[in-house]
Design a protein around this ligand. Structure first.
Ligand SMILES: Nc1nc2c(ncn2[C@@H]2O[C@H](COP(=O)(O)OP(=O)(O)OP(=O)(O)O)[C@@H](O)[C@H]2O)c(=O)[nH]1
Ligand SMILES: [Mg+2]
Length: 373
C-alpha cells in the first residue's frame, strides 16, 4: 500500500487531494487551523509547541527535535501496513520545509522496512525573497537525503498552463502529482499478458536516491488524423514534449539512473516503442535499469517514470539569482534607520499650552456685576 503524508500547509493540501482519490493519507502540522481546513484527510497530527512558525524553518526543526516521538507514534500507529510513504511539503514555507529533512531521516531510521519519498514544492518566480531562500535551504538539505525527491514546480504550472491565480496553480499542481501517483499505483494492481509493472518495480524505482519525475504522455492522437500515423519518432517526440511540459522542475538531461515505461494503448503501439530513441534526450542515453508494463485499456497513453536524475541545478540557480537580485534591497530595508525627528513639536507646545485661568471667588464675580449696573 502507498500513503501520502502532508507536512505543513501545502503538504496538507496535497494529502487532502490524495484522500479524495482514495489514497491513504495523513497530515502533520504545528497549526491546528491548517489541519482543521483539510476536509478529506482523516489522520491528523498536531505537533505541540507552537501554533505556527511564521516561515521560520529553523524554528520548525527545533520543535521537531523536541517532539519527534509524537510523529514516530503517529506513523507507527496508523501507517504500519503501508509500504511506501510520500512525504509532501512546500520547500518554501517554514513548518513543512523545516520538518521534512529531519523527519525523513528519523522515519527512515525508525521504519527501515518502509520506503520514503519526498514531494517538495518549489515557489514560483513571483514569490518573495524569503520563500526563495527557504526553497534553496530545503533543497540543500534534501540533496543529502537517501530518498527520491519529486520537485513539483509552481513556476512550471504558472508558465506552462498560463495561469495567474495561486488557487489555480495549487489546484493544478496538487491534482497532477496525486493523480499520477495514483495512476502508477493502480497499474501495479492490473494484469496484462504483455508484461506487468508490478509493486516491486514501483518500489525499486521510487527508492532510488535523487530527483524523480513521473509524466503521462497522450499518444492516441498519432493514430487519429488522416495525415498522422503511429511512428517510433512520433512517440519519442511526444514523450519528450511531455517531459518539458510537466509540472516538475526542468529535467537535467545528463543521465537517468532508473526508468519505467508503462504503455497503455492498442497492441500495435508496442512495435513503435524505441527505448534508445526515447532516452536519446539524455547525454548518457539509456538508464542503468528499466521497468516496463504494457496494458491495452486506453487508446494511447505512456507513463514514464524517471528516477535518480541529477540534482535540479539550473532551476535552483534561478532561485539563487532571484535572491541575489534582491540582496541589496533587503540589505537596505533591514538596516535602514527608523529614527524620525518631528518638526511640529513647537506647534504642538502652542496647541497644548494651558489656558490661563485666574481663580476668582463668587463674591468677586458678584462685585464685578454689581459695578456694571
Ligand atoms: N503547489 C502548491 N503550493 C502551495 C500550496 N499551498 C502553499 N503553497 C506554496 O507553499 C509556500 C508556503 O508554504 P506552506 O506550505 O503554506 O508553509 P507551511 O509549511 O505551512 O509553513 P509556515 O510558514 O509555518 O506556514 C508558498 O510558496 C506557496 O506558494 C498548495 O496547496 N499547493
Ligand atoms: Mg502554514
Amino acid at each position: 500500500l502507498i500513503a501520502i503524508v502532508g507536512l505543513g500547509g501545502a503538504g496538507g493540501n496535497i494529502a487532502d487531494e490524495a484522500a479524495k482519490l482514495g489514497i491513504y493519507s495523513g497530515a502533520i502540522n504545528f497549526s491546528q487551523k491548517d489541519l482543521d481546513s483539510l476536509e478529506n484527510v482523516k489522520l491528523k497530527l498536531r505537533i505541540l509547541g507552537s501554533e505556527g512558525v511564521g516561515h521560520d524553518r529553523d524554528e520548525a526543526i527545533r520543535l521537531v527535535q523536541d517532539h519527534y516521538e509524537m510523529v514516530i507514534k503517529f506513523i507507527g500507529d496508523n501507517f504500519s501496513h503501508v509500504d511506501v510513504i510520500f512525504l509532501a511539503t512546500s520547500a518554501s514555507g517554514g513548518s513543512g520545509a523545516g520538518s521534512v529533512g529531519i523527519l525523513t531521516e528519523i522515519l527512515k531510521a525508525e521504519f527501515p522496512d518502509k520506503i520514503f519519498s519526498v514531494i517538495a514544492v518549489m515557489p514560483d518566480y513571483l514569490e518573495v525573497p524569503a520563500s526563495q531562500a527557504n526553497c534553496s535551504a530545503t533543497y540543500d538539505e534534501l540533496s543529502r537525503m537517501d530518498v527520491s525527491i519529486f520537485p513539483v514546480d509552481n513556476q512550471k504550472a504558472r508558465s506552462i498552463h498560463n495561469v495567474n491565480g495561486k488557487n489555480r496553480i495549487f489546484e493544478i499542481t496538487n491534482k497532477s502529482i496525486v493523480s499520477i501517483i495514483h495512476k502508477i499505483w493502480s497499474y501495479t494492481e492490473k494484469n496484462s499478458k504483455n508484461g506487468n509493472f508490478d509493486k516491486k518495480d514501483f518500489m525499486t524505482i521510487i527508492s532510488q536516491k535523487g530527483i524523480a519525475v513521473a509524466v503521462e504522455s497522450e499518444i492516441a492522437c498519432l493514430n487519429m488524423g488522416l495525415n498522422t500515423q503511429v511512428s517510433t519518432e512520433g512517440i519519442a517526440r511526444m514523450v519528450h514534449e511531455s517531459w518539458e511540459k510537466s509540472i516538475f522542475a526542468p529535467i537535467e538531461y545528463e543521465y537517468v539512473n532508473k526508468a519505467a515505461i508503462i504503455l497503455d494503448a492498442q497492441e500495435m503501439f508496442m512495435e513503435h516503442i524505441n527505448h534508445e530513441m526515447i532516452f536519446s534526450k539524455f547525454k548518457n542515453g539509456m538508464p542503468i535499469d528499466m521497468f516496463e508494463g504494457n496494458y491495452h485499456e486506453q487508446n494511447g497513453k505512456i507513463i514514464t517514470i524517471l528516477s535518480g536524475l541529477p540534482w535540479c541545478k539550473s532551476r535552483l540557480h534561478t532561485v539563487e539569482e532571484l535572491i541575489e537580485k534582491n540582496k541589496e534591497k533587503i540589505e537596505q530595508m533591514t538596516t535602514a534607520s527608523m529614527e524620525y525627528e518631528s518638526k511640529s513639536t513647537e506647534v504642538l507646545s502652542t496647541i497644548r499650552k494651558p489656558v490661563q485661568q485666574e481663580s476668582r471667588s463668587v463674591n468677586e464675580i458678584l462685585n464685578k456685576w454689581k459695578k456694571n449696573r
